[in-house]
Design a protein around this ligand. Structure first.
Ligand code: GUN
Length: 283
């Protein structure tokens, strides 16, 4: 069975469109997301375009600020300070990765916590790990939503996360743990990785290597969530971290690439933007 992020995200966006329209009537303006893109990495440009399109579909006001790759860190911090102070801005997203001369850590920490729609700010990360109210990072949130919607039971089950990034691997492991799964975090240095992944009832793969996880590394009936967005080195087409052909004959549920986790990440970004707006208006 394929878990379609495309279909689920379309339903979420339709619901949010109605919600945003009602918020506009109630408060005299709609939520406003500002995306800052530094440089012209093709992947980042395409993500940012996707975000703007989704905002338009949901009715969220959106602004994209583009700056060249040689923009200084001071200039980026100045833009963020301005957006923090702007009452008409509800969410700020700085597209990652940033050019190497700019500290992602300093930039993320500079975003006002209450406008951090990515959930990357240190205070939001701390709140997640302490089970306090927080903005959840979009990709992990989208993954948990897909599992829930597909009716996948997590409690007491063996989940393996391949990848340990701050954006996906670590927070998704924490959310699975909070759902009472038994979680193993594996990564590029894990010895006997295939034995570890074969032990998974739920397998989340976010390692960033095309078709890295093959059918023989998956146990019969596992639920497979593929977070990868790669170019297939042979065909040049978009592909995941999981080899869909061999994996889908073993899995009970699997997410495709494209049309799986990606659209859910964007839908959850829309949700987070609405949440930030509501918290501001309703506090
Ligand atoms: N680059 C890749 N994924 C993400 C994300 O979720 N948020 C931001 N800001 N940049 C990214």
């Amino acid at each position: 069975m394929i878990i379609s992020g495309k279909e689920l995200s379309a339903r979420m966006k339709a619901d949010m469109a109605a919600e945003v329209a009602a918020l506009g009537t109630k408060y005299g303006r709609v939520p406003h997301l500002v995306v800052l893109l530094v440089g012209d990495d093709p992947g980042s440009v395409s993500y940012v375009t996707g975000k703007a399109k989704a905002c338009d579909a949901v009715g969220i006001r959106n602004t994209t600020i583009r700056r060249p790759a040689d923009t200084t860190e001071e200039e980026v911090l100045r833009i963020i300070a301005e957006l923090n102070a702007d009452e008409g801005v509800d969410g700020i997203l700085v597209q990652l990765p940033l050019p190497r001369h700019i500290s992602e850590e300093r930039v993320i920490a500079a975003i006002g916590r209450e406008k951090d729609v990515d959930g990357f700010h240190p205070l939001n990360v701390a709140a997640l790990w302490m089970k306090q109210p927080c903005t959840l990072p979009c990709t992990p949130k989208g993954i948990l939503r897909m599992l829930h919607t597909a009716g996948v039971e997590l409690e007491g089950r063996r989940a393996v996360v391949v990848g340990r990034s701050n954006i996906v691997g670590l927070p998704v492991a924490k959310l699975l743990l909070d759902a009472n799964a038994t979680v193993t975090v594996a990564h590029s240095r894990t010895r006997g990785l295939a034995d570890v992944t074969r032990g998974a009832e739920i397998l989340v793969v976010a390692i960033g290597r095309p078709r890295f996880i093959t059918g023989d590394m998956i146990s019969e009936g596992a639920v497979v969530i593929d977070v990868g967005v790669n170019r297939d080195p042979e065909t040049g087409r978009l592909c995941g971290d999981v080899d869909f052909e061999t994996a889908s004959s073993k899995a009970s549920y699997i997410t495709p690439v494209p049309g799986g986790v990606g659209p859910m990440t964007i839908a959850c970004l829309m949700e987070n933007t609405i949440e930030c707006f509501r918290r501001k208006k309703e506090r």
